[in-house]
Design a protein around this ligand. Structure first.
Ligand code: FAD
Length: 462
Protein backbone atom coordinates (compact mmCIF):
# COMPACT_ATOMS: atom_id res chain seq x y z
CA UNK A 1 0.00 0.00 0.00
CA UNK A 2 1.36 3.46 -0.90
CA UNK A 3 2.28 5.88 1.89
CA UNK A 4 -0.28 8.53 2.79
CA UNK A 5 0.23 11.86 1.06
CA UNK A 6 1.30 14.53 3.52
CA UNK A 7 -0.27 17.98 3.51
CA UNK A 8 0.94 20.78 5.78
CA UNK A 9 -1.26 23.82 6.34
CA UNK A 10 0.42 26.83 7.94
CA UNK A 11 -1.76 29.19 10.00
CA UNK A 12 -4.87 28.27 12.01
CA UNK A 13 -7.08 31.24 11.22
CA UNK A 14 -10.35 30.73 9.33
CA UNK A 15 -8.39 30.40 6.05
CA UNK A 16 -6.13 27.60 7.29
CA UNK A 17 -8.99 25.86 9.12
CA UNK A 18 -11.25 25.95 6.06
CA UNK A 19 -8.33 24.64 3.99
CA UNK A 20 -8.05 21.68 6.40
CA UNK A 21 -11.74 20.93 6.01
CA UNK A 22 -11.84 21.13 2.21
CA UNK A 23 -8.61 19.16 1.85
CA UNK A 24 -10.00 16.30 3.97
CA UNK A 25 -13.33 16.46 2.17
CA UNK A 26 -11.70 16.12 -1.24
CA UNK A 27 -8.89 13.85 -0.18
CA UNK A 28 -9.82 11.94 3.01
CA UNK A 29 -6.74 9.74 2.68
CA UNK A 30 -4.30 12.63 2.98
CA UNK A 31 -2.47 13.14 6.28
CA UNK A 32 -3.21 16.79 7.14
CA UNK A 33 -1.07 18.65 9.70
CA UNK A 34 -1.92 22.17 10.82
CA UNK A 35 0.95 24.33 12.11
CA UNK A 36 0.16 27.42 14.17
CA UNK A 37 2.63 29.94 15.56
CA UNK A 38 0.55 31.02 18.55
CA UNK A 39 -0.84 29.01 21.45
CA UNK A 40 -4.40 28.94 20.12
CA UNK A 41 -6.40 28.25 16.96
CA UNK A 42 -8.76 30.75 15.32
CA UNK A 43 -6.42 33.58 14.31
CA UNK A 44 -8.51 36.76 14.33
CA UNK A 45 -11.57 34.78 15.47
CA UNK A 46 -11.65 34.77 19.25
CA UNK A 47 -14.66 34.28 21.49
CA UNK A 48 -14.58 35.08 25.20
CA UNK A 49 -17.29 33.74 27.51
CA UNK A 50 -17.71 35.53 30.81
CA UNK A 51 -20.60 35.93 33.28
CA UNK A 52 -23.20 34.95 30.67
CA UNK A 53 -21.77 37.20 27.94
CA UNK A 54 -20.55 35.78 24.63
CA UNK A 55 -17.98 38.27 23.41
CA UNK A 56 -16.59 38.12 19.90
CA UNK A 57 -13.22 39.87 20.04
CA UNK A 58 -12.62 39.71 16.29
CA UNK A 59 -15.23 39.11 13.61
CA UNK A 60 -18.77 39.00 14.95
CA UNK A 61 -20.53 37.58 11.89
CA UNK A 62 -20.46 37.71 8.10
CA UNK A 63 -22.37 38.97 5.09
CA UNK A 64 -25.33 36.66 4.51
CA UNK A 65 -25.34 37.22 0.75
CA UNK A 66 -22.03 35.34 0.35
CA UNK A 67 -23.02 31.65 0.53
CA UNK A 68 -19.77 29.66 0.88
CA UNK A 69 -19.42 30.02 4.64
CA UNK A 70 -23.10 29.30 5.22
CA UNK A 71 -22.77 26.11 3.16
CA UNK A 72 -19.68 25.12 5.13
CA UNK A 73 -21.44 25.74 8.46
CA UNK A 74 -24.35 23.56 7.34
CA UNK A 75 -21.97 20.86 6.03
CA UNK A 76 -20.27 20.52 9.41
CA UNK A 77 -23.57 20.28 11.30
CA UNK A 78 -23.81 23.77 12.80
CA UNK A 79 -26.69 24.95 10.58
CA UNK A 80 -29.10 25.02 13.54
CA UNK A 81 -26.87 27.59 15.27
CA UNK A 82 -27.04 30.09 12.41
CA UNK A 83 -28.67 33.38 13.42
CA UNK A 84 -29.42 36.50 11.46
CA UNK A 85 -28.44 39.86 12.90
CA UNK A 86 -31.13 42.13 14.26
CA UNK A 87 -31.80 45.02 11.95
CA UNK A 88 -32.36 48.54 13.04
CA UNK A 89 -31.49 52.14 12.59
CA UNK A 90 -27.84 52.89 12.11
CA UNK A 91 -26.36 56.27 13.00
CA UNK A 92 -23.43 58.47 12.11
CA UNK A 93 -21.89 60.75 14.70
CA UNK A 94 -21.03 63.90 12.82
CA UNK A 95 -21.00 67.59 13.74
CA UNK A 96 -21.29 66.54 17.43
CA UNK A 97 -24.61 64.78 16.89
CA UNK A 98 -25.90 61.31 16.23
CA UNK A 99 -27.88 61.39 13.03
CA UNK A 100 -29.80 58.58 11.39
CA UNK A 101 -28.36 57.09 8.25
CA UNK A 102 -30.89 58.17 5.61
CA UNK A 103 -33.34 55.45 4.66
CA UNK A 104 -32.38 53.72 1.44
CA UNK A 105 -28.70 54.60 1.53
CA UNK A 106 -26.38 51.71 0.77
CA UNK A 107 -22.83 52.12 2.12
CA UNK A 108 -23.62 55.82 2.33
CA UNK A 109 -24.79 56.07 -1.26
CA UNK A 110 -28.33 57.47 -1.54
CA UNK A 111 -30.93 55.51 -3.47
CA UNK A 112 -34.03 57.36 -2.24
CA UNK A 113 -34.71 61.02 -2.84
CA UNK A 114 -36.81 62.13 0.16
CA UNK A 115 -34.63 60.79 3.01
CA UNK A 116 -31.62 62.36 1.31
CA UNK A 117 -33.32 65.74 0.88
CA UNK A 118 -34.37 65.82 4.54
CA UNK A 119 -31.20 64.47 6.19
CA UNK A 120 -29.15 66.82 8.34
CA UNK A 121 -26.02 64.81 7.60
CA UNK A 122 -24.96 67.04 4.74
CA UNK A 123 -25.59 70.66 3.78
CA UNK A 124 -27.92 71.76 0.93
CA UNK A 125 -24.84 72.47 -1.18
CA UNK A 126 -23.45 69.00 -0.40
CA UNK A 127 -26.77 67.48 -1.52
CA UNK A 128 -26.71 69.42 -4.79
CA UNK A 129 -23.15 68.27 -5.39
CA UNK A 130 -24.13 64.65 -4.73
CA UNK A 131 -26.99 65.01 -7.23
CA UNK A 132 -24.46 65.86 -9.95
CA UNK A 133 -23.77 62.12 -9.95
CA UNK A 134 -26.82 61.90 -12.21
CA UNK A 135 -25.04 63.94 -14.88
CA UNK A 136 -21.29 63.50 -14.73
CA UNK A 137 -19.50 61.01 -17.01
CA UNK A 138 -17.88 57.79 -15.85
CA UNK A 139 -14.94 58.17 -13.49
CA UNK A 140 -13.58 54.61 -13.56
CA UNK A 141 -11.79 53.90 -16.84
CA UNK A 142 -10.58 50.29 -16.30
CA UNK A 143 -7.59 51.63 -14.38
CA UNK A 144 -7.55 51.24 -10.61
CA UNK A 145 -8.11 54.36 -8.52
CA UNK A 146 -8.62 55.00 -4.82
CA UNK A 147 -12.03 54.75 -3.20
CA UNK A 148 -11.69 58.37 -2.19
CA UNK A 149 -11.08 59.58 -5.73
CA UNK A 150 -13.93 57.50 -7.09
CA UNK A 151 -16.57 58.54 -4.57
CA UNK A 152 -15.45 62.15 -4.29
CA UNK A 153 -15.56 62.70 -8.04
CA UNK A 154 -18.97 61.09 -8.29
CA UNK A 155 -20.71 62.36 -5.17
CA UNK A 156 -18.64 65.23 -3.77
CA UNK A 157 -16.35 65.62 -0.77
CA UNK A 158 -19.02 66.35 1.82
CA UNK A 159 -21.01 63.17 1.27
CA UNK A 160 -17.78 61.19 1.33
CA UNK A 161 -16.57 62.79 4.59
CA UNK A 162 -19.88 62.64 6.41
CA UNK A 163 -21.36 59.37 5.19
CA UNK A 164 -19.20 57.09 3.05
CA UNK A 165 -15.86 57.49 4.81
CA UNK A 166 -17.06 56.74 8.36
CA UNK A 167 -18.91 53.66 7.14
CA UNK A 168 -16.16 52.23 4.97
CA UNK A 169 -13.38 53.02 7.42
CA UNK A 170 -15.49 51.31 10.07
CA UNK A 171 -15.58 48.18 7.93
CA UNK A 172 -12.07 48.20 6.44
CA UNK A 173 -10.17 50.26 9.03
CA UNK A 174 -8.26 51.85 6.18
CA UNK A 175 -7.65 55.19 4.59
CA UNK A 176 -9.95 55.76 1.61
CA UNK A 177 -7.21 57.65 -0.25
CA UNK A 178 -5.05 54.51 -0.28
CA UNK A 179 -7.67 51.86 -0.78
CA UNK A 180 -8.18 50.22 -4.16
CA UNK A 181 -11.57 50.48 -5.83
CA UNK A 182 -10.99 47.33 -7.89
CA UNK A 183 -9.93 45.18 -4.92
CA UNK A 184 -12.17 46.56 -2.19
CA UNK A 185 -15.46 47.48 -3.84
CA UNK A 186 -15.39 46.24 -7.45
CA UNK A 187 -19.19 46.15 -7.47
CA UNK A 188 -19.30 49.95 -7.51
CA UNK A 189 -16.97 50.14 -10.51
CA UNK A 190 -19.25 47.62 -12.25
CA UNK A 191 -22.38 49.59 -11.40
CA UNK A 192 -20.88 52.78 -12.75
CA UNK A 193 -19.76 50.96 -15.89
CA UNK A 194 -23.29 49.74 -16.51
CA UNK A 195 -25.42 52.66 -15.34
CA UNK A 196 -22.95 55.60 -15.32
CA UNK A 197 -24.76 57.18 -12.34
CA UNK A 198 -24.08 55.42 -9.02
CA UNK A 199 -27.34 56.67 -7.52
CA UNK A 200 -29.45 55.34 -10.42
CA UNK A 201 -27.41 52.13 -10.61
CA UNK A 202 -27.75 51.40 -6.89
CA UNK A 203 -31.46 52.16 -7.05
CA UNK A 204 -31.97 49.74 -9.93
CA UNK A 205 -30.38 46.83 -8.07
CA UNK A 206 -32.39 47.24 -4.86
CA UNK A 207 -34.81 44.29 -4.52
CA UNK A 208 -38.36 45.35 -5.44
CA UNK A 209 -40.85 45.60 -2.58
CA UNK A 210 -43.08 42.52 -2.53
CA UNK A 211 -46.80 43.29 -2.25
CA UNK A 212 -48.01 42.26 1.20
CA UNK A 213 -44.48 41.56 2.40
CA UNK A 214 -43.73 42.29 6.04
CA UNK A 215 -42.33 45.76 6.60
CA UNK A 216 -39.81 44.42 9.10
CA UNK A 217 -36.33 44.67 7.65
CA UNK A 218 -34.00 41.71 8.07
CA UNK A 219 -30.38 41.95 9.12
CA UNK A 220 -27.73 41.46 6.47
CA UNK A 221 -25.34 39.43 8.63
CA UNK A 222 -25.22 35.88 9.92
CA UNK A 223 -23.39 34.44 12.89
CA UNK A 224 -23.49 31.46 15.24
CA UNK A 225 -25.47 31.70 18.46
CA UNK A 226 -22.98 29.32 20.11
CA UNK A 227 -20.05 31.66 19.36
CA UNK A 228 -17.67 31.58 16.42
CA UNK A 229 -15.09 29.62 18.39
CA UNK A 230 -17.33 26.58 17.99
CA UNK A 231 -16.89 26.86 14.22
CA UNK A 232 -13.13 27.07 14.75
CA UNK A 233 -13.04 24.00 17.02
CA UNK A 234 -15.21 21.99 14.68
CA UNK A 235 -13.08 22.78 11.63
CA UNK A 236 -9.91 21.99 13.55
CA UNK A 237 -11.28 18.54 14.39
CA UNK A 238 -10.83 17.55 10.73
CA UNK A 239 -7.04 17.88 10.96
CA UNK A 240 -5.05 14.71 11.64
CA UNK A 241 -2.58 16.66 13.71
CA UNK A 242 -2.39 20.21 15.09
CA UNK A 243 0.85 21.71 16.36
CA UNK A 244 0.47 24.94 18.34
CA UNK A 245 3.41 27.19 19.30
CA UNK A 246 5.02 26.09 16.05
CA UNK A 247 6.06 29.12 14.00
CA UNK A 248 7.23 28.39 10.49
CA UNK A 249 10.40 30.06 9.25
CA UNK A 250 10.58 29.07 5.59
CA UNK A 251 8.59 27.24 2.94
CA UNK A 252 10.15 25.56 -0.07
CA UNK A 253 8.88 22.98 -2.51
CA UNK A 254 8.26 19.80 -0.49
CA UNK A 255 9.69 21.20 2.75
CA UNK A 256 8.64 23.36 5.70
CA UNK A 257 11.34 24.70 8.01
CA UNK A 258 10.23 25.59 11.52
CA UNK A 259 11.58 28.44 13.61
CA UNK A 260 13.85 25.97 15.45
CA UNK A 261 15.16 24.74 12.06
CA UNK A 262 13.31 21.40 12.22
CA UNK A 263 12.44 20.37 8.68
CA UNK A 264 9.11 18.73 7.79
CA UNK A 265 8.54 17.06 4.44
CA UNK A 266 5.21 17.47 2.65
CA UNK A 267 3.64 16.64 -0.71
CA UNK A 268 1.58 19.85 -0.55
CA UNK A 269 1.91 22.95 1.59
CA UNK A 270 -0.86 25.50 1.99
CA UNK A 271 0.16 28.83 3.39
CA UNK A 272 -2.62 30.63 5.30
CA UNK A 273 -0.74 32.98 7.59
CA UNK A 274 -1.13 36.63 8.48
CA UNK A 275 -0.30 39.24 5.81
CA UNK A 276 3.18 40.12 6.96
CA UNK A 277 4.37 36.48 6.86
CA UNK A 278 3.98 35.90 3.13
CA UNK A 279 7.27 37.61 2.21
CA UNK A 280 9.52 36.07 4.88
CA UNK A 281 8.12 32.56 4.39
CA UNK A 282 8.26 32.43 0.61
CA UNK A 283 11.02 34.94 0.06
CA UNK A 284 10.45 35.91 -3.57
CA UNK A 285 9.85 39.51 -4.65
CA UNK A 286 6.19 39.13 -5.61
CA UNK A 287 5.41 37.72 -2.13
CA UNK A 288 7.32 40.55 -0.45
CA UNK A 289 5.36 43.07 -2.56
CA UNK A 290 2.13 41.82 -1.00
CA UNK A 291 3.56 41.54 2.49
CA UNK A 292 5.00 45.03 2.37
CA UNK A 293 1.71 46.63 1.37
CA UNK A 294 -0.01 48.74 4.01
CA UNK A 295 -1.26 47.01 7.13
CA UNK A 296 -3.27 48.63 9.86
CA UNK A 297 -3.55 48.37 13.60
CA UNK A 298 -6.73 48.37 15.63
CA UNK A 299 -8.21 47.31 18.96
CA UNK A 300 -11.72 46.20 19.83
CA UNK A 301 -13.00 47.28 23.21
CA UNK A 302 -15.88 45.17 24.50
CA UNK A 303 -17.66 46.72 27.49
CA UNK A 304 -20.18 44.79 29.57
CA UNK A 305 -22.84 46.78 31.46
CA UNK A 306 -25.91 46.32 33.59
CA UNK A 307 -28.78 47.68 31.48
CA UNK A 308 -29.44 50.66 33.76
CA UNK A 309 -25.90 51.95 33.23
CA UNK A 310 -26.42 52.68 29.56
CA UNK A 311 -28.83 54.94 27.73
CA UNK A 312 -30.25 52.52 25.19
CA UNK A 313 -29.95 53.29 21.50
CA UNK A 314 -32.91 52.85 19.20
CA UNK A 315 -30.74 50.98 16.72
CA UNK A 316 -27.75 48.72 16.41
CA UNK A 317 -24.92 51.22 16.56
CA UNK A 318 -23.11 54.09 14.95
CA UNK A 319 -19.94 55.05 13.14
CA UNK A 320 -17.97 58.19 13.94
CA UNK A 321 -16.83 60.71 11.35
CA UNK A 322 -13.04 61.18 11.46
CA UNK A 323 -13.44 64.93 11.60
CA UNK A 324 -14.89 64.63 15.12
CA UNK A 325 -11.35 63.88 16.30
CA UNK A 326 -12.39 61.06 18.65
CA UNK A 327 -10.40 57.93 19.38
CA UNK A 328 -13.34 55.61 18.75
CA UNK A 329 -14.33 54.91 15.15
CA UNK A 330 -17.57 53.00 15.68
CA UNK A 331 -19.78 51.55 18.37
CA UNK A 332 -22.05 48.50 18.21
CA UNK A 333 -24.78 47.63 20.68
CA UNK A 334 -23.99 43.96 20.32
CA UNK A 335 -27.05 42.61 22.10
CA UNK A 336 -29.29 44.67 19.79
CA UNK A 337 -27.67 42.90 16.86
CA UNK A 338 -27.18 39.50 18.47
CA UNK A 339 -29.48 38.92 21.44
CA UNK A 340 -27.48 35.93 22.75
CA UNK A 341 -24.36 38.01 23.45
CA UNK A 342 -25.53 39.42 26.81
CA UNK A 343 -27.73 38.22 29.71
CA UNK A 344 -31.30 39.67 29.79
CA UNK A 345 -30.51 42.42 32.29
CA UNK A 346 -27.24 43.44 30.66
CA UNK A 347 -25.98 45.09 27.53
CA UNK A 348 -22.76 44.60 25.58
CA UNK A 349 -21.13 47.47 23.76
CA UNK A 350 -18.27 46.99 21.37
CA UNK A 351 -16.25 49.94 20.22
CA UNK A 352 -13.06 50.28 18.18
CA UNK A 353 -9.96 52.40 18.46
CA UNK A 354 -7.03 52.84 16.08
CA UNK A 355 -7.12 53.94 12.48
CA UNK A 356 -4.77 53.79 9.51
CA UNK A 357 -3.53 57.26 10.46
CA UNK A 358 -3.75 57.09 14.24
CA UNK A 359 -2.69 53.77 15.69
CA UNK A 360 -0.73 54.99 18.73
CA UNK A 361 -3.62 54.47 21.13
CA UNK A 362 -3.56 50.72 20.46
CA UNK A 363 -0.12 50.55 22.09
CA UNK A 364 -1.42 51.99 25.36
CA UNK A 365 -2.41 49.94 28.41
CA UNK A 366 -5.83 48.30 28.68
CA UNK A 367 -6.78 50.77 31.44
CA UNK A 368 -5.84 53.75 29.28
CA UNK A 369 -7.68 52.42 26.23
CA UNK A 370 -10.80 51.70 28.30
CA UNK A 371 -10.66 55.18 29.86
CA UNK A 372 -10.33 56.91 26.49
CA UNK A 373 -13.01 54.78 24.85
CA UNK A 374 -15.43 55.49 27.69
CA UNK A 375 -14.68 59.22 27.55
CA UNK A 376 -15.58 59.27 23.85
CA UNK A 377 -18.69 57.12 24.32
CA UNK A 378 -19.86 59.52 27.04
CA UNK A 379 -19.62 62.45 24.62
CA UNK A 380 -22.21 60.66 22.49
CA UNK A 381 -24.57 58.99 24.96
CA UNK A 382 -25.10 58.40 28.67
CA UNK A 383 -22.79 55.58 29.74
CA UNK A 384 -22.03 54.53 33.32
CA UNK A 385 -19.51 52.13 34.74
CA UNK A 386 -18.84 48.82 32.99
CA UNK A 387 -18.88 45.49 34.80
CA UNK A 388 -15.72 44.56 32.93
CA UNK A 389 -14.02 45.08 29.61
CA UNK A 390 -12.19 42.87 27.13
CA UNK A 391 -9.63 44.55 24.89
CA UNK A 392 -8.17 42.81 21.87
CA UNK A 393 -5.42 44.26 19.70
CA UNK A 394 -4.53 43.54 16.10
CA UNK A 395 -1.12 45.08 15.64
CA UNK A 396 0.05 45.67 12.09
CA UNK A 397 -2.08 42.71 11.17
CA UNK A 398 -4.97 43.99 9.05
CA UNK A 399 -4.28 43.94 5.31
CA UNK A 400 -5.23 47.06 3.44
CA UNK A 401 -5.74 46.61 -0.29
CA UNK A 402 -4.04 49.61 -1.82
CA UNK A 403 -4.27 50.68 -5.48
CA UNK A 404 -3.36 47.88 -7.94
CA UNK A 405 -3.69 45.18 -5.26
CA UNK A 406 -5.38 42.81 -7.74
CA UNK A 407 -2.50 43.13 -10.18
CA UNK A 408 0.00 42.35 -7.38
CA UNK A 409 -2.02 39.28 -6.38
CA UNK A 410 -2.22 38.07 -9.97
CA UNK A 411 1.55 38.30 -10.48
CA UNK A 412 2.16 36.63 -7.11
CA UNK A 413 -0.16 33.74 -7.97
CA UNK A 414 1.44 33.29 -11.39
CA UNK A 415 4.86 32.96 -9.79
CA UNK A 416 3.56 30.66 -7.03
CA UNK A 417 1.84 28.38 -9.56
CA UNK A 418 5.28 27.60 -11.03
CA UNK A 419 6.56 26.34 -7.66
CA UNK A 420 5.53 22.74 -7.26
CA UNK A 421 3.34 21.85 -4.26
CA UNK A 422 3.03 25.28 -2.59
CA UNK A 423 -0.30 27.09 -2.38
CA UNK A 424 -1.45 30.24 -0.61
CA UNK A 425 -4.74 31.58 0.66
CA UNK A 426 -5.81 34.09 3.32
CA UNK A 427 -7.17 37.54 3.85
CA UNK A 428 -4.19 39.14 2.17
CA UNK A 429 -5.32 37.89 -1.26
CA UNK A 430 -8.94 37.90 -2.36
CA UNK A 431 -11.00 39.61 0.33
CA UNK A 432 -10.88 40.07 4.08
CA UNK A 433 -14.42 38.96 4.94
CA UNK A 434 -14.83 35.51 6.47
CA UNK A 435 -16.75 34.17 3.43
CA UNK A 436 -14.02 35.52 1.11
CA UNK A 437 -11.36 33.72 3.15
CA UNK A 438 -13.38 30.48 3.10
CA UNK A 439 -14.01 30.79 -0.64
CA UNK A 440 -10.31 31.29 -1.29
CA UNK A 441 -9.34 28.38 0.97
CA UNK A 442 -11.85 26.12 -0.77
CA UNK A 443 -10.48 26.85 -4.26
CA UNK A 444 -6.87 26.52 -3.17
CA UNK A 445 -7.50 23.22 -1.34
CA UNK A 446 -9.32 21.81 -4.32
CA UNK A 447 -6.48 22.81 -6.58
CA UNK A 448 -3.93 21.24 -4.22
CA UNK A 449 -6.03 18.11 -3.84
CA UNK A 450 -6.44 17.67 -7.60
CA UNK A 451 -2.69 17.95 -8.11
CA UNK A 452 -2.06 15.41 -5.33
CA UNK A 453 -4.47 12.98 -7.00
CA UNK A 454 -2.75 13.44 -10.36
CA UNK A 455 0.64 12.81 -8.78
CA UNK A 456 -0.66 9.66 -7.13
CA UNK A 457 -2.13 8.40 -10.42
CA UNK A 458 1.18 9.08 -12.15
CA UNK A 459 3.02 7.03 -9.50
CA UNK A 460 0.49 4.18 -9.71
CA UNK A 461 0.71 4.05 -13.51
CA UNK A 462 4.49 4.22 -13.66
C1 FAD B 1 -11.62 43.31 14.87
C2 FAD B 1 -11.97 42.61 13.60
C3 FAD B 1 -13.30 42.52 13.22
C4 FAD B 1 -13.65 41.88 12.06
N1 FAD B 1 -14.97 41.75 11.75
C5 FAD B 1 -15.32 40.98 10.71
C6 FAD B 1 -16.69 40.64 10.53
O1 FAD B 1 -17.56 40.99 11.35
N2 FAD B 1 -17.01 39.88 9.45
C7 FAD B 1 -16.06 39.42 8.58
O2 FAD B 1 -16.43 38.72 7.62
N3 FAD B 1 -14.75 39.69 8.74
C8 FAD B 1 -14.35 40.45 9.80
N4 FAD B 1 -13.03 40.70 10.02
C9 FAD B 1 -12.03 40.17 9.07
C10 FAD B 1 -11.73 38.68 9.29
O3 FAD B 1 -11.86 38.36 10.65
C11 FAD B 1 -10.31 38.34 8.85
O4 FAD B 1 -10.03 38.85 7.57
C12 FAD B 1 -10.11 36.82 8.84
O5 FAD B 1 -10.46 36.27 10.09
C13 FAD B 1 -8.67 36.50 8.48
O6 FAD B 1 -8.47 35.12 8.56
P1 FAD B 1 -7.10 34.45 8.08
O7 FAD B 1 -7.20 33.01 8.42
O8 FAD B 1 -6.81 34.78 6.65
O9 FAD B 1 -5.95 35.16 8.93
P2 FAD B 1 -5.72 35.16 10.51
O10 FAD B 1 -6.97 35.05 11.24
O11 FAD B 1 -4.85 36.35 10.74
O12 FAD B 1 -4.88 33.82 10.77
C14 FAD B 1 -3.54 33.67 10.43
C15 FAD B 1 -2.92 32.65 11.39
O13 FAD B 1 -1.58 32.38 10.96
C16 FAD B 1 -0.76 32.28 12.10
N5 FAD B 1 0.64 32.50 11.70
C17 FAD B 1 1.20 33.67 11.33
N6 FAD B 1 2.47 33.49 11.04
C18 FAD B 1 2.75 32.19 11.19
C19 FAD B 1 3.92 31.38 11.03
N7 FAD B 1 5.08 31.89 10.63
N8 FAD B 1 3.84 30.06 11.29
C20 FAD B 1 2.66 29.51 11.69
N9 FAD B 1 1.52 30.22 11.87
C21 FAD B 1 1.57 31.54 11.61
C22 FAD B 1 -1.30 33.35 13.03
O14 FAD B 1 -0.88 33.16 14.36
C23 FAD B 1 -2.80 33.20 12.82
O15 FAD B 1 -3.35 32.27 13.72
C24 FAD B 1 -12.64 41.33 11.20
C25 FAD B 1 -11.30 41.42 11.57
C26 FAD B 1 -10.97 42.03 12.77
C27 FAD B 1 -9.52 42.06 13.19
Amino acid sequence: MSEKQKVIIVGAGISGLAAVYYMKKKNPEAQVTLLEASDRIGGKIKTVRRDGFIIECGPEGYMARKPTLTNLIKDIGLGDKLVRSGSGTYYIYVNHRLRKMPNGSVMGIPTKLLPMVTTGLISPLGKLRAALDLLIPRVYQDKDISLNEFFERRLGAELVTNMIEPLLSGIYNGNLSDMSLEATLPQFAAIEKKHRSLILGMKSIQPPKQAGASKKAVGRFLSLSCGLDVLVEKLASYADEIKLNTPVRRIESGKVTLEDFTELKADAIILATSPKQLGPLLDFPEAWNLSNDKRTTTATVALAFKKGEVESLDGTGYVVSRKEGLNITACSFMDHKWSYTAPEDCTLIRTYVGTADNAAIVGQSDEEIEKKALADLRKIGKIGTPLFSVITRQIDNMPQYTINHNQRVQVFEEVLAKISGIYACGAILHGVGLPDCVDNAMHVSEDASNKLKKNEEAVTNS
